[in-house]
Structure formats: C-alpha cells, structure tokens
Design a protein around this ligand. Structure first.
Ligand SMILES: NC(=O)c1ccc[n+]([C@@H]2O[C@H](COP(=O)([O-])OP(=O)(O)OC[C@H]3O[C@@H](n4cnc5c(N)ncnc54)[C@H](OP(=O)(O)O)[C@@H]3O)[C@@H](O)[C@H]2O)c1
Length: 321
C-alpha cells in the first residue's frame, strides 16, 4: 500500500480552484487536507466542496504538522517568501511557475531544500501529457531526421486590467507567465542540446510589465530555437521541431485540458499526417510524479530543472535590458 500524502493549498487562485484542488482531492496519492486564503470565509467555502478538507490562513497551514506538501499558486513575487516558510516548517513544495522573480533566490531555496531533503517542484504540468511522449518517441525513431530548429509560441489575448499578470509588484509580465512555457518546452523536448541564449526582447507597456517578447538561442549541436510569447496576442500554444527529413508540430502543447484530444502534425516527404492524440490529464499524471518523487526521496532532477529554468529567465532579463 503506497503512502497517502497530506497536501494543502495556499490561496484560492483560479488555477488552484479550477484544476489543482480537484486533482489533489481525486488523486490516489494525496489527501486534500486543507485550503488557505487571505479571506478564510473563501477558503471555507472552497474546502466545504471537498469532503474532509479543512481551511485556514496561510500561516495556519504552514504551522500544521500534519501537512506533507504545500502547493503554492500565489502571485510570482510571493513565491520566494512562502516557499521558504514551507520548507522551514519541513514541508515539501509544489509551486507555480515562475518559481522566483530574482535569480539569487532560487539558489538559496534549492540549497536549503537539498540540505533538508525536501522537494521543490515547479508546476509545469504539460510535461506529463502523453502527447509529448509520442513526440519524444518519434524523435528517437528518427522520423524527422536531424533536428535543425525548435520553435515555440505561447500567447493569448489581453486579460482584465486588474489581473495579477499586469502588476509589477506581484511579479507580473509576459516572460514570467507565458514566456516561461516555450523556454521550458525547449529544455523538455530537446534535453540533450546545450542551448546558449543569443538574443532576447521584451516589449513593455504602460503598466510597467512586459507584454510580449522573443528569444533566440543556438547550440554547438547546430540547432537553433526561436521562442515567442505575449498577452496581447492571437491565441497560440504550440511548438514545432523541424528536422532535415520532416517536421513535427504540437498545436495545443501546454494547456490541453483533461478530455481534450490534441492534434500533432507530422510532415515528411510522404505527406502530412494529422494525428489525433488520446486525451490525457496532465494534472493527474503530475501529482503521481510528485508522489513518486516523495516516495523515492530523490529530488535532484526537479532541482536541476528549477535552476536551469530560472537561469534562462535571468538571461532573458539581462539580454532584453
Ligand atoms: N500551471 C498552470 O497551468 C498555471 C495556470 C495559471 C496560472 N499559473 C500560475 O499560478 C499562479 C496564480 O495564477 P492565477 O492566475 O491562478 O492567479 P489568481 O487567480 O489571481 O490567484 C492568486 C491568488 O493569490 C492570493 N493572493 C495573495 N496575495 C495576493 C495579492 N496581493 N494579490 C492577488 N492575489 C493574492 C489570492 O488568494 P486568496 O485571496 O485566496 O488568499 C489569489 O486568489 C501564478 O504564479 C501563475 O503563474 C499557473
């Protein structure tokens, strides 16, 4: 019988209410133990929808000795503080992207987590959608030959003015939000290539945060990567991998909801195949992965990914400046 871990959620964020809270509740490996909010009546009303879940303030959750893992879906600028509080109280952490808004914080967090043997995972659930396993397999089978270019875009139309993504103080901006995905996808789909960032651009708007941007990378293996993102854009959520014998395009790469069958296009000299992938639930799969990390106590791969992603984001900020 595998261990059931007690999970608690800090903040009734949209992403938590819509996806993670129900997934923790339904997960065979987690018990949704508690939900916290700045407004405990909000936490109470959410928690009551999930039998057995308690509610409280952020600090009550942090101080609760029964919690094994805290999920943090707070605005980006608050991640560092609450990650450290959770780790210092001996809890594992699953935190939303982007993990930190200042690079030195990630080094401090990872060093502390490693010393305490605690997990810190950044919530990029798309990694656990089976459509990407199909692409990895197609690459391994050499179906598009030698890889030449990786392209990825994530962007969407404007959000309401009071959205946290438009607040500089809350760690808003397109890079920390949408831009994090193409960067992550490049690392996840082509893990063996040593990309160096050559150029990056961020386009600001009145709010003081970046609204869109682009990144260009290359590597000694001869592959270039072109990444684009924004939130004043026609919706795009994709990547394409272009080889010398074909091209693979994933058209709903990051946000395929449970029940949705994403399409992948495989273009070769033989023609274009429109491949409907099976529906999958990347949130469910990710929680299974997190539980397996906790079972094994091996967090090094997540630490490595956390650091690498934060380092790329730091480079974008430096180059764009
Ligand atoms: N992985 C994904 O697919 C995904 C998708 C969307 C967002 N995200 C990430 O999840 C995080 C939250 O995004 P969201 O769109 O869900 O945000 P949101 O709905 O605005 O939620 C943020 C929550 O943080 C709490 N909070 C604490 N102090 C706050 C403050 N000063 N201002 C605003 N909220 C405050 C609030 O909860 P209480 O009032 O209940 O305390 C609020 O509901 C971000 O890091 C974002 O990048 C990830």
């Amino acid at each position: 019988m595998k261990k059931l871990y007690n999970a608690a959620v800090l903040g009734c964020a949209h992403i938590a209410v819509r996806s993670l809270i129900p997934e923790f509740f339904n997960s065979p490996r987690f018990n949704l133990a508690a939900v916290a909010s700045r407004d405990t009546s909000k936490a109470e009303s959410i928690a009551k929808q999930y039998q057995g879940a308690a509610w409280g303030t952020y600090d009550e959750i942090i101080n609760d000795k029964n919690i094994d893992l805290v999920y943090i879906p707070l605005p980006n600028s608050m991640h560092y503080t609450w990650i450290m509080k959770a780790l210092k109280s001996g809890k594992h952490v699953l935190c939303e992207k982007s993990l930190v808004t200042e690079y030195p914080h990630i080094e401090e967090i990872i060093s502390y987590a490693r010393k305490q043997k605690l997990l810190l995972a950044e919530n990029f659930q798309f990694r656990f959608h089976s459509q990407h396993a199909w692409v990895h397999k197609a690459l391994a089978e050499n179906r598009i030959g030698e890889i030449r270019i990786f392209r990825s875009s994530f962007g969407f139309p404007p959000l309401p003015n009071d959205n946290i993504r438009y607040s500089k103080d809350l760690g808003g901006g397109a890079l920390f939000d949408a831009g994090a995905y193409p960067l992550k996808a490049m690392q996840f789909m082509l893990p063996d290539y040593n990309f160096t960032m050559k150029a990056a651009t961020l386009y600001p708007k009145n709010s003081g945060v970046d609204i869109s941007g682009g990144i260009y990378l290359d590597c000694p293996e001869g592959v270039v990567a072109e990444l684009a993102f924004g939130f004043d854009n026609f919706y795009q959520c994709n990547y394409e991998i272009w080889g010398n014998a074909g091209k693979i395009s994933a058209t709903r790469a990051f946000t395929a909801p449970p029940g949705f069958k994403p399409h992948i296009f495989l273009e070769t000299a033989a023609g274009t195949e429109d491949l409907e992938m099976p529906a999958d639930n990347h949130f469910h799969n990710m929680l299974l992965h997190i539980a397996e990390c906790l079972d094994s106590g091996d967090f090094e791969d997540e630490y490595r990914q956390d650091l690498k992603q934060a380092a790329y984001i730091k480079q974008v900020l430096e180059l764009a400046r």
